[in-house]
Design a protein around this ligand. Structure first.
Ligand code: S3P
Length: 441
């Protein structure tokens, strides 16, 4: 990297200590926003979305749908209006579809594109280009799709004109992205498509397909749909992302002055593992004002400063909190005693190897953390300060910004540009909560 490139890469500078107070509202859910544009794009009629997450990841999905001929308007912040092309109305994109950093965009699009009449190629950034795609390609091939990965990674090429048939597929990893890819391909397949999950994973695809009028059955981890159903346009309200809220829930548990409120948080039970884990650690969290936003449960969460203790995280909660581990590891570093997470090998194939990235960053701040093949053992202690690498991973960057609340010296987090992939405006919301954070180039 030359000097100019380096100085253009932003970093977070966070003062040590302080507290959080008042209330914050986090932006819309990333998983739901991706699905809203994908399903809206193949529905019949006009779908209106409110609370859409205008992050780089979700805009990659939106731009991919535009590149396939779907008219998508953005009349106001968070509002998206999609003129659905119908199940068979997508058009061949003129060039490769760039999914940026977004695993969800790529894997769900593989499912959507497997049964199209045209060829397509999906590419991604440096991080996405290292992530495993065979987990989605293999079941889609069993359905009849013709897909090439690049030694298991992107670029991924899908050959058009394949005739798909429904399959009954046992997932080998608990992955909502793979489940969703198969269900989306199932819309284009002859007969019934069934997916069996080894553990509960987020069910936004199933809920949203029902909102678009597609009958989806789901019981005991077995999800089925029949091919050929037309989707009918819908109105969708995207709740606040519980994965973004988690940073502020941990901030509150570490350093709330009085009661700190995070508003409009998605409370889908397949996503609330972090809340349960924090409670097991002794966090004083209260879910208030529960309500429904369309098909998704929403609530406000009130949190008070709490004395956290180390725990062994129940493996059943791992898939329900998979994206929240970076900040949960920070909570563990500030807890009394040892926290052990196992059964979380998926963390090694996220936007970075999050086991390695978090262990390194915690070491840099003076915390003992031993990487395990499938998790991390963290010994709670006193956080010093210093420089931490984000490894280009948005959630690692934000987690260490929260850690500064309990540090004895300032924390500098390098390379935070990717925060915009999931949480644009993070630093401003953190400042509003009372965290002394500055983004510098
Ligand atoms: C997602 C599923 C999870 C999660 C990702 C979003 C989704 O990935 O980590 O951030 O929207 O379906 P896996 O399906 O790989 O577990």
């Amino acid at each position: 990297m030359d000097r100019e490139t380096r100085s253009a890469v932003p970093s977070f500078h966070v003062a040590a200590g302080g507290c959080v107070r008042g209330e914050v509202t986090v932006p819309g859910d990333k998983s739901i926003s991706h699905r809203a544009v994908l399903l809206g794009g193949i529905a019949q009629g006009t779908t209106e979305v409110e609370g859409f997450l205008e992050s780089e990841d979700c805009l990659a999905t939106l731009n991919a749908m535009r590149a396939m001929g779907v008219n998508v308007e953005r009349p106001a912040p968070g509002r998206v209006v999609i003129d659905g092309a119908g199940l068979r109305g997508l058009k061949a994109p003129a060039q490769a579809l760039d999914m940026g950093n977004a695993g969800t965009a790529m894997r769900l699009s593989m499912g959507l594109l497997a049964g199209q009449a045209f060829d397509s190629t999906l590419v991604g950034d440096e991080s996405l280009s290292k992530r495993p795609m065979e987990r989605a390609a293999a079941p889609l091939r069993q359905m009849g799709a013709r897909i090439d990965t690049t030694a298991g990674h992107p670029p991924v090429t899908l050959h058009g004109g394949a005739r798909l048939s429904g399959i009954d597929y046992q997932l080998t990893v608990a992955s909502a992205q793979v489940k969703s890819a198969i269900l989306l391909a199932g819309l284009y397949a002859d007969g019934v498509t069934t997916v069996r999950e080894p553990a509960v994973t987020r069910d936004h695809t199933e809920r949203m397909l029902r909102a678009f009028g597609v009958p989806v059955t789901s019981a005991g981890g077995v999800i089925s749909l029949a091919g050929g159903a037309e989707l009918k346009a819908s109105y969708l309200h995207v709740p606040g992302d519980v994965s973004s809220a988690a940073f502020f829930l941990v901030a509150g548990a570490l350093a709330a002055e009085g009661s700190f409120l995070v508003r409009d948080v998605g409370m889908n039970p397949t996503r609330t593992g972090a809340i349960e884990i924090l409670r097991l650690m002794g966090a004083d969290l209260r879910v208030v004002n529960p309500r429904l936003a369309g098909d998704e449960p929403v609530a406000d969460v009130e949190v008070r400063a709490s004395r956290l203790k180390g725990i062994t995280v129940p493996p059943s909660l791992v898939p329900l909190a998979i994206d929240e581990f970076p900040v949960l590891f920070v909570a563990a570093a500030c807890a009394e005693g040892t926290t052990v997470v196992t059964g979380a090998e998926e963390l090694r194939v996220k936007e970075s190897d999050r086991i390695q990235a978090m262990a390194q960053g915690l070491h840099a701040l003076g915390i003992q953390a031993e990487p395990l093949p499938d998790g991390l053992r963290i010994h709670g202690g006193t956080l010093g300060g210093g420089t931490v690498r984000s490894h280009g991973d948005h959630r690692v960057a934000m987690a260490f910004a929260i850690a500064a609340l309990k540090a004895t010296r300032p924390v500098l987090i390098e390379d935070v540009a990717n925060v915009a992939t999931s949480f644009p405006g993070f630093a401003a919301i953190a400042r509003q909560a009372g965290i002394a954070i500055e983004e510098r180039r």
